[in-house]
Write a protein that binds this ligand. Structure first.
Ligand code: SAH
Length: 351
């Protein structure tokens, strides 16, 4: 794309008005490698302006691999006979939180499939127990679509944040990725409810999921512009054994990095993780994501006994930072690119 056009598109990213589809399309599909490097550089500057050279860490606890849904991409889908199932007890979850707290973590993320046994009462009780033991720490949930009443109960029990990716904003594409029992509207309803309840909300999409086009990504970006989430998680699609997409090609690392940079430029204050999916596809995925504008890493605290069983996709990496030694490795890696771990809660803050 011509330099002039590129500069004009860049300006649109920092304007209050919604970024038009044409502009997103140009930035996604017509930029050359030099311009992409420029986007990453600018994104890094914006991230540093707001977060310094700190990268927030969140302790990820994968609480259940049971799921009622049958999403075509996900290894936890109920129809996957290869999937191994487990569910952590309340005490096991608390134990993970204690380990993370002892290492200095200030955010716990409880993620799981839509486990039918995970009742509102049980989950609210777990959240309340964490809240009682750790009054000042942030509790993030990521357990899929639930009712407004359920979200409300969880919020009252002490949950602060909720991650629920929209996966794809295009209705047709959504139905290619999901079973008939799910639709794009309920997903959006959930996100709206969560926001209304005062959760800090995270959304996002997979990059390079089967059937995805540039137009779909444009719709995703427009959707995020409207939703204004506090957190945005994106990662490449990675095939999972035992799913209908087992033999599909993984998403592109470069496209994921480009999207991270565009999101950083458009959402300067957003909390954007360097995702495990990206680290799974390339060894230095975490570093590259940070250098493209990401500012969050989520080390895995799921007990070793269960860790291999939360297999949403194949060869899932886990930065084993549950030990002081593992954390040192992460901190050394960040140090090499001039960054450091920031252990504070890392709430969304728009100055
Ligand atoms: N049940 C929860 C958590 C799902 S797992 C929920 O619905 O939010 C968290 C995220 O992993 C999903 O939102 C999805 O974007 C991502 N994911 C699932 N399968 C994947 C795959 N095969 N490749 C890459 N990412 C995947």
């Amino acid at each position: 794309m011509r330099e002039n056009d590129f500069d004009n598109l860049l300006k649109l990213l920092s304007m209050p008005a919604p970024v038009p589809a044409d502009a997103w399309r140009g930035l996604l599909a017509e930029t050359d490698s030099g311009q992409r490097a420029q986007l990453a550089h600018l994104a890094q500057e914006v991230a540093q302006k707001h977060f310094g050279k700190g990268v927030y860490v969140r302790a990820l606890i994968e609480i259940s691999s049971y799921c009622r849904n049958n999403c075509n991409y996900c290894g936890l889908r109920c129809g996957n006979v290869l999937a191994q199932r487990y569910r952590l007890s309340k005490e096991e979850i608390l134990e993970c939180c204690r380990m993370a707290a002892a290492l200095g973590f200030n955010t716990f993320v409880l993620q799981g499939g839509e486990d039918p046994q995970m009742s509102d009462e049980w989950l609210a009780d777990v959240v309340a127990a964490i809240r009682a033991e750790f009054p000042t720490k942030a509790i993030t949930l990521s357990v899929g679509e639930r009712s407004m009443a359920s979200y409300s109960l969880l919020r009252s029990a002490g949950a602060d944040r909720y991650l629920l990716r929209h996966e794809t904003a295009n209705e047709m594409h959504y139905s290619q990725l999901h079973p008939h029992s799910m639709d794009v509207y309920n997903r959006r309803r959930c996100l709206v409810d969560l926001k209304a309840l005062g959760f800090q909300v995270g959304s996002g999409m997979m990059v390079g999921s089967p059937g995805q086009t540039v137009e779909h990504l444009v719709e995703d970006l427009i959707f995020l512009d409207r939703l204004q989430p506090q957190m945005i998680g994106i990662g490449p699609f990675v095939p999972a054994a035992g799913t209908p997409f087992a033999d599909e090609r993984p998403g592109s690392v470069d496209s994921t990095l480009l999207l991270i940079s565009l999101l950083r430029l458009r959402f300067p204050h957003a909390l954007i993780p360097a995702t495990t999916a990206l680290a799974t596809l390339c060894d230095d995925g975490t570093e590259r994501a940070v250098l493209a504008g990401a500012n969050v890493v989520m080390p895995n605290f799921t007990p070793m006994l269960y860790r291999g069983k939360y297999s949403i996709y194949d060869n899932k990496k886990c930065s084993g930072s549950e030990s002081a030694q593992g954390l040192k490795i992460l901190s050394d890696r960040l140090d090499k690119i001039g960054y450091h771990i920031d252990f504070s809660r890392g709430d969304y803050y728009k100055g």
